[in-house]
Design a binder for this molecule. Structure first.
Ligand SMILES: Nc1ncnc2c1ncn2[C@@H]1O[C@H](COP(=O)(O)OP(=O)(O)O)[C@@H](O)[C@H]1O
Ligand SMILES: [Mg+2]
Length: 1050
């Protein structure tokens, strides 16, 4: 699309071939308009015109490189990358050696263009460690060469002061292998002199600004350019140029290329020597003969130089101040005048520097050269000084312009030849076009017999007095009638008076304009001689590098043959260059300088017009258009315009050529506008192409509308289909979901039914195959196991055997709680039984008695609790021991159960009398204690019952049967201090004797009448009586009195 826009944009057409009408003015306007739009590149066919913008433009980014990589030359915006890409692809894919010819005035942007081409090719060719190293070395040769070969001029702050042609060599894959650099004619006069506002070569300023103190000391230099005569002692720094940084960059670049530190040092030493030579001052003196001579005014600088190059100062001084002349077999040493001395000094400085520069180029070449034997393709990039017209033009301008003339010749011939060849190749009828062939000018200069250079050489070699006047005279004679040669004399002959052409000058009508050359210095510069004394002196130095620069200084190799002249050398090298360029496919970059002041984006039409003229751009366009303004291979042409034909759109099945013919005949274009070549279609005028382009544009918008229509329809359709599909999907999913839910429910029910059925079936099966009590057995087993464990645990963990101890381990399981309790009881009982079993019969009887007492009285009589501590002794009287009681003892015999002393309450008065009470197994005997005679003997069977109170007294009423002998006297009321024991024993004895329990009444109720309460109670005993009993005797148990008191009170 971009190319089409460029093509259709009549005001700023991208290819000047399409200019309509074609005039100098329209061409200039187009360039200006494009320049205004920052489109600095414009084509003339495949030639690129570049107008220097003098400001950085954002069109050299890696993205741009990508954009132009493998681009279609005419399909993208004009760019230097496009031509670089075209050349590189042609080299890689079509195996054609390429050369890129960059021409233009000084400051037009040639060097920048060459760097852009190199960096583009480096960026697009393949990558890899080895390849990258080569690329880096090739690219890094620039800073080094620029440091030594570039200088600030009025036109350009970084003007190349040498011509450079670099062959980059590639292998069959298009990977760079290395290269060769050729340099042409360094402007060495700059070493010793330069115009005000210009500078010497960058390296001197870089060295002084960027060299470390140590380095400068080593080189015996002082910081600051003001100290050096050759640097003009003026302010040297340039805005926007950092000399120190450039020096470091240059050193880095040298390291990348492969300079050893020793080489760098040697290089800088020689550079320093040149600088210091400018400070060698001479003074005049007179010899004895009266001849003027010169001598070193201040030897310090000379000595330092000699120290640097390891040379005897005398040798150098002699070489600078005198000259050896050989006349026949004699050698004579003649002194030089001061001016001659200075001439010598400067000649030496210039020679050293220019030879050093040659050495530098060779040294770089040894690093980047390709090993022989490899098959290679070559891309040459030529960046040579441009055409120069100054106020005062000398030998250098002559040489430079000659070179440009040659390049222009190549340009004209090759473009024309190419064009011509193409028509022939394509079988198109071709009428030759008139164009200016500058061959005649080239011949004027270089003709080996009578060219200007040949004449100059002749003049230089001529013995005798040689000067420029004879040289001009000769030229005037030779070229009196030459169309392109002019001088005062030839003008006079033609009666032309032109004041701008002085004497000692000649003028050549170059292709780019008329240039007037002043012949002064032509011979000397052409001779380019260095006195042998100087070269011998240099050779004598023990500085390896310097010495190697002056091989002719070797006395062994003294030859009387004069070296070839500068002009001759240059002519030869240009011839070689031309041969080299002719053998390659040329690509042109023609640089134009838009203003003289290096101002950004300033376009001076007059200046540009002059360049348009001398660069022959108009001719270029004309030549290009002479035949056909536009040509293209059938395939891309058909591809581009096939939409214009009904038969070719959208697809053409025949050959491309047939398709093109069918298409163009359908479009009814005038037949003279078209020519069909073998492979290309040719269109004569740009108008036709514009017409085609316009139709194409219209057709494209139609097609775009069609595409839009189709697309919109398609989008709506697809949208609808998508929605429909979505709707179907949603309903399908929904239905599916509902069905799934239903199915799940059914499945669940079925499963439930199945489960029941299966369960039932299985249970039936199970019953058949397994015993029904298995689970019970299992449970039993587990139960038994648990019980067993529990019992075993118990066994190990039994509580102590003490009867008092009632502890028992808790049940480990709840279901064992009852059993545990039971076991606890059993254990306790068993413990008690054990205890009982070990008891003696006496103790057993005692305990039985105690037990019996407990049964009788526990919780019934208060006295009982007091009796607990008292052991039942039975015998309290000591019947056996006391002889007094012998009779009583006899009464009791062996049947004595208990013997104690009691108090008997008299029924009549309530008085108490002591009595001895004996209880035997058969009788109860009351005896008088004094007489120890039984007073009352009661048979046990006479006792009807006994009554006691609830209190803690020892009172007891012994109820007797009325039928007994003692009974008719009434019941007995006794007070015993061992009441509990007494009644207990009585009970036991009675039990043993009659098997009848004693009728014991524990009461606090007392009957009044004897008869009324006969069976029970303390009958017949009045209140007063009791009170007396208590009050009078006070015997018996504790609390006796109070007890009675209470009885009395109730
Ligand atoms: N393409 C470009 N873009 C921006 N500036 C440029 C371009 N080409 C040249 N220049 C500017 O012009 C100056 C001179 O260019 P240079 O290539 O050294 O000129 P030449 O080699 O023709 O004498 C450069 O230093 C740079 O500032
Ligand atoms: Mg340059």
């Amino acid at each position: 699309m971009e190319a089409a826009t460029t093509l259709l944009d009549a005001e700023a057409v991208g290819d000047l071939v399409l200019l309509d009408p074609l005039t100098e003015e329209s061409l200039l306007r187009t360039l200006q308009e494009r320049f205004r739009r920052s489109d600095i590149y414009t084509y003339i066919g495949d030639v690129v015109i570049s107008v220097n913008p003098y400001r950085p433009l954002p069109i050299y980014t890696p993205e741009k490189v990508q954009e132009y990589n493998n681009c279609n030359f005419f399909a993208v915006k004009p760019h230097i990358y496009a031509i670089a890409d075209d050349a590189y692809r042609s080299l890689r894919d079509r195996d054609r050696d390429q050369c890129i010819l960059i021409t233009g005035e000084s400051g037009a942007g040639k060097t920048e263009a060459s760097k852009l081409v190199m960096s583009y090719v480096a960026a697009v060719c393949s990558k890899g460690e080895e390849v990258d190293k080569v690329k880096e070395q090739l690219l890094q040769s620039n800073p080094v060469l620029e440091a030594f070969g570039n200088a600030k001029t009025i036109r350009n702050d970084n003007s190349s002061r040498f011509g450079k042609y670099m062959d980059v060599e590639f292998d069959f894959k298009g990977e760079p292998l290395g290269g060769v650099i050729s340099n042409y004619l360094l402007e060495k006069s700059r070493i010793v002199r330069h115009t005000k506002g210009e500078r010497n070569f960058h390296i001197f300023y870089q060295l002084l600004a960027g060299g470390s103190a140590q380095l400068l000391q080593q080189l015996k230099l002082r910081q600051g350019s003001q100290h050096y005569g050759y640097l003009n002692r003026e302010k040297s720094s340039l805005p926007g140029m950092d000399d120190a940084a450039n020096f470091r960059a240059m050193q880095d670049a040298m390291a990348v290329i492969g300079f050893s530190p020793a080489e760098v040092t040697a290089l800088l030493e020689v550079t320093a020597v040149v600088l210091k030579l400018g400070n060698v001052e001479l003074s005049s003196c007179y010899q004895a003969s009266g001849m003027e001579a010169c001598s070193i005014a201040e030897p310090r600088e000379l000595h330092e130089i000699c120290e640097l190059i390891k040379l005897d100062p005398g040798t150098l001084e002699q070489a600078l101040c005198s000259r050896t002349v050989k006349a026949r077999d004699e050698t004579v040493l003649t002194a030089l005048s001061v001016s001659q001395g200075y001439y010598c000094r400067d000649a030496l400085a210039k020679n050293i520097y220019s030879r050093l520069f040659d050495w530098l180029v060779n040294r770089i070449n040894t690093s980047i050269q390709v090993k022989p034997g490899k098959q290679r393709k070559v891309m040459g990039v030529l960046d040579i000084y441009g055409f120069e017209i100054f106020q005062d033009n000398g030998f250098e301008q002559f040489i430079i312009n000659y070179c440009n003339e040659k390049l222009q010749q190549i340009f004209i011939l090759m473009t024309l030849k190419e064009e011509q060849e193409e028509y022939v190749r394509e079988g198109i009828k071709w009428t030759p076009v008139e164009f200016f062939d500058n061959g005649i000018i080239c011949d004027l200069i270089e003709n080996s017999k009578c060219g200007i250079l040949a004449m100059l050489d002749e003049e230089c070699l001529r013995p005798g007095v040689v000067n420029e006047d004879t040289f001009v005279t000769k030229l005037n004679q030779l070229f009196a009638t030459h169309k392109h040669y002019e001088s005062k004399e030839t003008q006079n002959a033609k009666h032309v008076t032109d004041l701008s052409l002085p004497q000692r000058c000649f003028r050549i009508h170059h292709y780019a304009g008329k240039v007037t050359y002043n012949v002064t210095g032509f011979i000397e510069k052409n001779n380019d001689l260095l006195f042998r004394d100087l070269s011998q002196a240099m050779w004598a130095a023990r500085h390896t590098l310097l010495r190697s620069l002056f091989p002719e200084g070797d006395p062994q190799k003294v030859s009387l043959k004069l070296p070839p002249t500068a002009g001759f050398q240059f002519k030869n090298s240009v011839a070689t260059l031309m041969k080299n360029l002719y053998s390659k496919n040329p690509n042109y970059i023609r640089c134009i300088k838009p203003n003289d002041t290096k101002t950004a984006m300033l376009f001076t039409p007059e200046l540009v017009l002059a360049q348009i003229r001398y660069l022959g751009l108009m001719e270029n366009v004309r030549v290009r258009r002479a035949g056909y303004a536009f040509r293209q291979l059938y395939s891309p042409f058909l591809q581009r315009y096939k939409m214009l034909g009904t038969k070719t759109w959208p697809r053409w099945s025949g050959s491309d050529r047939e398709g093109t013919e069918v298409l163009l005949s359908e479009l009814k274009l005038p037949p003279e506008e078209l020519a069909y070549g073998y492979t290309k279609i040719f269109i004569r005028s740009p108008r036709t192409l514009f017409d085609l382009e316009k139709r194409r544009q219209e057709r494209i918008s139609e097609l775009a509308t069609l595409i839009q229509k189709m697309f919109r329809g398609w989008r709506c359709r697809t949208q609808y289909q998508l929605m429909r599909k979505s709707q179907i999907i949603i309903s399908a999913w929904f239905r599916g979901h509902a069905q799934k839910n239903k199915y799940k429910q059914m499945k669940r029910s079925a499963l439930l039914l199945q489960a029941y059925a299966r369960g039932w079936k299985v249970r039936r099966m199970y019953r058949r195959y397994f015993r029904s009590g298995a689970s019970t057995r299992l449970a039993n087993f587990i139960y038994r196991r648990l019980v067993q464990k529990f019992l075993m645990g118990l066994q190990k963990n039994l509580p102590p055997m003490s009867v008092q101890d009632r502890t028992w381990p808790p049940a480990p399981y709840k279901f064992l709680a009852g059993a545990n309790q039971e076991l606890k009881n059993i254990f306790y009982h068993w413990k008690c039984k054990k205890y009982r079993d070990q008891l003696t019969p006496q103790r057993k009887a005692l305990l039985q008695a105690k037990l019996c007492a407990s049964e009788l009285f526990k919780d019934k009589k208060t006295l009982y609790s007091k009796s607990l501590q008292q052991p039942f002794q039975g015998e309290y009287l000591g019947l056996t021991q006391n002889p007094k009681y012998q009779k009583l003892h006899a009464v009791a015999k062996d049947k004595l159960v208990m013997a104690e002393s009691v108090m008997k309450v008299n029924r009549a008065n309530g008085k108490t009398v002591p009595r001895l009470l004996l209880l035997t197994t058969e009788h109860l005997v009351l005896a008088d204690p004094k007489a120890a005679q039984p007073k009352t003997v009661l048979s046990l069977s006479d006792i009807r019952g006994v009554s006691v109170t609830r209190f803690s007294d020892g009172l007891l009423a012994l109820h007797l049967k009325e039928t007994s002998t003692a009974g008719n006297k009434g019941d007995l009321l006794l007070v015993s201090s061992h009441l509990i024991e007494l009644i207990t024993r009585l009970h036991q004895t009675l039990m043993a004797a009659t098997s009848q329990a004693l009728a014991l009444h524990i009461t606090d109720q007392y009957g009044r009448g004897r008869g009324g309460q006969r069976g029970h109670g303390l009958c017949g005993w009045g209140l007063g009586g009791w009170g007396r009993v208590g009050g009078v005797h006070g015997v018996g148990c504790m609390g006796w009195g109070s007890g009675w008191g209470r009885i009395g009170g109730s």
